[in-house]
Write a protein that binds this ligand. Sequence first.
Ligand SMILES: NC(=O)C1=CN([C@@H]2O[C@H](COP(=O)(O)OP(=O)(O)OC[C@H]3O[C@@H](n4cnc5c(N)ncnc54)[C@H](O)[C@@H]3O)[C@@H](O)[C@H]2O)[C@H](O)CC1
Ligand code: K
Length: 491
Amino acid sequence: MLLPLADLLLSPDDMAAVDRAAAASAISSYGLMEKAGQAVAASALRHFPGALRYVVLCGPGNNGGDGYVAARALEQSGAEVGLFHLGDPKKLKGDAARAFADCPVVGETTAHYLPRPGDIVIDAIFGAGLSRHVPDEVAAIISKVSQAGLPVIAVDLPSGLDGRSGQVLGAAFRAVRTVTFMTRKPGHLLMPGRDLCGILEVFDIGIPARIVRAQANGMTAENTPAQWQADLPVADTDTHKYKRGHLVVFSGGASATGAARMAAMAGLKAGAGLVTIASPEQALAVNAGLLTAIMLHAVDDETALRAWLADQRLSTFVLGPGFGAGEKARQFVLALGQRHLVLDADGITSFRDDPQPLFDAFADGPTRLVLTPHEGEFARLFPDIAADNRLGKVEKARAAAARAHAAIVYKGADSVIAAPDGRALINANAPSWLATAGSGDVLAGVIGGLLAQGTPAFEAAAAAVWLHGVAGQRAGKGLTAEDLVAHVTPF
Ligand SMILES: NC(=O)C1=CN([C@@H]2O[C@H](COP(=O)(O)OP(=O)(O)OC[C@H]3O[C@@H](n4cnc5c(N)ncnc54)[C@H](O)[C@@H]3O)[C@@H](O)[C@H]2O)[C@H](O)CC1
Ligand SMILES: [K+]
C-alpha cells in the first residue's frame, strides 16, 4: 500500500540520499536551499512579528547554508538581523558557500554573540549532518541562549538532536518551533527529540514525491490509521460471535486477578466475539464475582491447558497481566502451539534468562506473537540489543522483531511498533496521563481483541497502540485503567 507522504519518516541518511537523487535528476540543489531558507524566514516573520532582532546562528554545512538564505530574506524584509558563524565562513563549500556569498548581512563569530531581550534565535548550526557530540563551543552557545530564555526556531532539527534516534548528542537547543523539509525524521517524533522540537512545520521545498518515496522504502512512518485501517475487521451483517474470534486471557492467583479482567474487558470492547478468562481454581470465585460478559474457565496446570486447547476455536491468548513470572508462565506459553499470543509484563520477564525457546515456538508461518515490553522488560529479553548505543529505539525494536519473529511494541511516550520484515511505526498520540497502573494491561487486551478477529499481528499491535492513545485522550487527565477500558472503542 502507498503510505501518505506526510506519515513517512526519513532518517538523515535517507534524506541525504534524497538530496543526491534530486541533484541527479537536474533539480537545482541551491534552489532547494533557497526554498528551505525562505521557508524559515517566513515562519520567523509570521510567528514572531514583534522581534527586535532575528539572530541567525550558522554552522559549517548546508544547515548553515539554509541559515544564510534565511538571514538574507529577513534582511530584505526590512527586519533587524544579527548573523553569527561557527568557524570560518570562507571554508564553507558548495551551496552553503554560495548562500554565504549571496548574503548581504555582515556576520561575526558565534563566540561574540551577546543575547539581548527581544532576540529571536534561528538555529542553523547543525541539521541532518550532525555526526557526533556537539563541540564545546556549540554547547556553550546552547547554554547561553537557554539561560537568556530566548525563543529558538530550529532549522530542520534543533542542533545537537540526532535526527535518527531522537537522542541528544552532548547538548541540544530546545526550540519553540522547528521548520523541516519534505518529511519528518524519526528524531522529530522519538523522545526526547519530540519535546525539543516544539511545534513542527514541514515545508515542501519541491522535491518530487517519487524521489522521496524511492529513498524511504515505506519502512518507517508515524503510526496513523492509514497504516492499518484496511486490515481491521469488517463488521459484516451476518457475523456471529465465533466468527469474531475467541480470546483467552490468563488470570493470576486470587490476589492478582484485576489485571487480567481489565485486559479481558479491553479485548471484548475491541470487538472480540468471545472472551474467556482462564483462571486458577483458587481465583475462580473472585473472578466469577466480578465478571458478567466474560466467561470463566479453570486452568491450573499445563495438563489442563493442553486438554482445553483441543477446542480449536480458542485462537488467541494474552499472558502476562498479573500472571506472575516463572516456570508456569513458560510452560503455558510453550504449550500454545500454533495459536496467537500477546506476551506482556510478567510473561516477558519469565523468559529473561532463556528466550530462545519462545522465539523458536513462534518462528514458523505468519507472525503470531506480539511482545509488549517497556524499556526494562525489553532489556531483559534483548540485553545485547538494548545495550547497543549505536541503535536508536526504532532500530532496537526492528532488531528485536527480527530475532523474536514477533511484532514488538516497545512501549513509552514514543512507543515503537516493529515487524520482523523491518516495518516500524512511531506512535505519537498518547497523552502523558496514559502512563498509569494497569494501562499496559488494557493495551495487551486490545491487541488480543484485534488479533482474535484476524487482524495480522503488526497491524493489530499498531492499531491497538493508536486506539489506546485515543481512549486515553477521551478519558482525559486523571484517568484510571478502568476509565481507559470504558473509552476503548473499535475504529
Ligand atoms: N532535502 C532537504 O531536506 C534539504 C536540506 N538542506 C539542509 O541541509 C542540511 C544537511 O546539510 P549537511 O551539510 O549534510 O549537514 P549539516 O549542515 O547538518 O552539518 C554538516 C557539517 O557539520 C559538520 N559536523 C557534523 N557534526 C559535527 C560535530 N559534532 N562537530 C563539529 N562539526 C560537525 C560536518 O563535518 C559538516 O561540515 C539539512 O539539515 C537541511 O537544513 C538543504 O539546504 C536543502 C535540501
Ligand atoms: K539546526
